[in-house]
Design a protein around this ligand. Structure first.
Ligand SMILES: Cc1ncc(COP(=O)(O)O)c(C=O)c1O
Length: 279
């Protein structure tokens, strides 16, 4: 399903994007993906706030977020309450040569394979992003931490991971630090504490990981941010990849090494409100 700002939900065969749109020509734009549950976008405010920050980083004029929230509500209403959905909110720089940004949303069911991974876990490759850990923090033009449309490198890395027998991958910096997945946040457990990677490494700060960490702290589980070398991460007491679509998926194999399976998995999925299939 597609909904366009100023037009609402449109029929599937209606056009809305010009061939010279800079989102298509250059991947020049920002986006968000929110989980839709019981017909409502989950953590919409947090996603829109991150979209505003991404647009500021790219000097892109984002329309008023209340208009985006209204369009999201229209799309969710048309989608119904029965299925878990993935709502993409997209804002491109618009047609080449100047013109208003193109703003639209798509809403589709969450793929079954994503839901199954919450139960079955993930076998991840570790691939180099090619930069030392501090480079993206020091180089704003690399757009670390901004959720921009240019995911061609991320998709190429996922194809490479799949071609070599993995489900997905974990990016590592050139100097050996674990960063994030191409579309997910890394969290791990060491002893009684849950950790994630700090934003000064240029990762995208995940809404799901933040929400789950807030719930974990309320439940008395310690959380912290720190840099971790991949070699150390492999010995963690549990590793998960989190995202609005994926939910909380445990990692069972990293770089061909078996990872300890923590008994916190079900609790974390519950904190995030992500259904885990039982059979
Ligand atoms: C690079 C990257 N990191 C992390 C995430 C997870 O973010 P969230 O939990 O907000 O979906 C995403 C989501 O697509 C992503 O693209």
């Amino acid at each position: 399903m597609t909904a366009v700002l100023g037009r609402g939900v449109i029929p599937a065969d209606e056009t809305f994007l010009a061939g010279d749109d800079l989102g298509v020509l250059r991947g020049d734009g920002v986006f968000e993906t929110a989980n839709v549950r019981a017909g409502e976008p989950f953590l919409l405010e947090e996603h829109l706030a991150r979209m505003v920050r991404s647009a500021e980083r790219m000097q892109l004029d984002l329309p008023d977020v209340t208009k985006l929230a209204e369009l999201a509500a229209d799309a969710c209403q048309a989608f119904g309450k029965d299925r878990e959905g993935a709502l993409r909110i997209i804002c491109t720089r618009g047609p080449e040569g100047g013109g208003p940004p193109t703003v639209y949303m798509t809403l589709n069911p969450v793929p079954a394979a994503m839901i199954a991974a919450r139960r079955d876990g993930l076998n991840l490759a570790v691939l180099s992003l090619g930069y030392p850990v501090d480079v993206r923090g020091e180089s704003p033009w690399l757009l670390g931490g901004a959720k921009c449309l240019s995911y061609a490198v991320a998709m190429a890395a996922q194809r490479h991971a799949k071609a070599t027998g993995h489900d997905d991958l974990l990016w590592r910096s050139e100097d050996g630090f674990a960063l994030e997945g191409p579309t997910s946040t890394l969290i791990w457990q060491q002893g009684d504490t849950l950790y994630t990677v700090p934003s000064d490494t240029g990762i995208l700060v995940g809404t799901t990981a933040k929400f789950v960490f807030d719930r974990a702290r309320e439940a008395g589980i310690a959380t912290a941010e720190r840099r971790v070398q991949v070699a150390e991460l492999i010995g963690a007491d549990g590793i998960w990849m989190t995202s609005s679509v994926r939910g909380i998926a445990p990692v069972h194999t990293l770089d061909n090494v078996s990872i300890n399976q923590s008994d916190l998995s079900a609790t974390l999925s519950e904190f995030g409100g992500f259904p885990v299939p039982t059979s």
